[in-house]
Write a protein that binds this ligand. Sequence first.
Ligand SMILES: Nc1ncnc2c1ncn2[C@@H]1O[C@H](COP(=O)(O)OP(=O)(O)OP(=O)(O)O)[C@@H](O)[C@H]1O
Ligand SMILES: [Mg+2]
Length: 412
Amino acid sequence: MMNDLVNHTAHQTRLDLGHRDCQILIASRSTSAVDSLQQVLAPLPKTKIKSQVMVNGHTDPLDGLERMPDLLVVRLDTNWEVELEALNARPATQRPPMIIVSAESDPQVMRHSMQAGARDFFVEPFDPEEVLRSVEHLSREVQDNPANQDARITVVMNAKGGSGASLIASNVAHALVQECDESVALVDLDLQFGSLSYYLDLNLKHGIKEALDNVDDLDAIALDGYLVKHDSGLRVMGVEEGRMILNDEVSSERLRHLIALMARAHHHVVIDVPRQIDLITSTVLEMADQVVIVTQQSITHLRDTARLMDVLRDDLEIPNEHLDVVVNRYQKNAMITRTEIENALKQRSLICIPNDFKNVSESLNDGIPLLDIARRAPISKAMMDLCEVVKGNKDTEENTVLGRLFAKLKGA
Ligand SMILES: Nc1ncnc2c1ncn2[C@@H]1O[C@H](COP(=O)(O)OP(=O)(O)OP(=O)(O)O)[C@@H](O)[C@H]1O
Ligand SMILES: [Mg+2]
């Protein structure tokens, strides 16, 4: 799956997004072998090590994984032939780079391992230093390959229905393409009443239903066929025109696979989700680098926002720093001030999107993004500020030491 995504057809060549942790999977039939390899690899920086102990009839070291690792370390023993066969049965593009450790010294194991694409081979007893160096070398290679650096995944969710999540998801995704020249996929996961195609005046001939049905055969190039292109270069995926999908028609595993595929081919994946916690939304919430919670200035909005944040933190275990609150339709002279919202939610990095009936109505009625309608309007500027947060640059004015000081002096 990794290499076929190198030559994606996204809006532009992907830029270096900075290194993310290299995900290493250690697979073996033997728990003690997994443990000792885990100890050997423990000193590696910027890596996340997972393990898979193959039991009973399981022979494929990559079987049942939610997400393909960046690098695979397989420890083979008497069952080596079947395990290598299982790996070989996967298309080369759906196997991560692999290092083999063998308990068998039979030269056939090495020959077959190399045929299966192993990048290095060790026989037990091995020199731990050598294995460590080899894995480190390969993980650096993986991390240095820009094609292996996944997109940032941003999920936009309302704290209360109608707060503006769809307007914000579509406009921030558009602004990322337009202003930052990034390749962006926008996904409408409101499978019954999605509105993004109207907001961007697009006809979704192909979409998420077909993409989910075919996800096992998709690579980045085929995936692009299910994304509808906006004039700006933004790619959009939603339910096909005139269709409606029921939640239980969607397998979370397929959805996870589809979003991971999109993340491999773009700089950003922005997902508009309905306001509910179910299998679909929790699947993408767990994958998100960032969750943008959209609320407004009222007591009921604030109560629902606090509740949603508790659920995301406590039940879905999303770290607090992955949560950002956007106050939409913000008005300076409203009853509830920005400071009161910050204090109530214990959030210092609120982003406020002004209320702008005229430009928003025009944008939504004509299906034209705000930046194209009124690029100098405060609402468009606020969308651009939100882009910085979505990009992971949280140095908004409110977030700097000086910004916080000013906010305090202003009466926070
Ligand atoms: N900043 C704003 N200024 C003025 N009006 C706005 C603003 N944001 C949203 N609206 C109004 O709110 C309506 C709902 O917006 P949107 O479709 O983004 O909501 P939503 O939160 O996605 O709704 P749902 O919960 O149904 O998915 C829009 O039709 C628009 O009229
Ligand atoms: Mg919506």
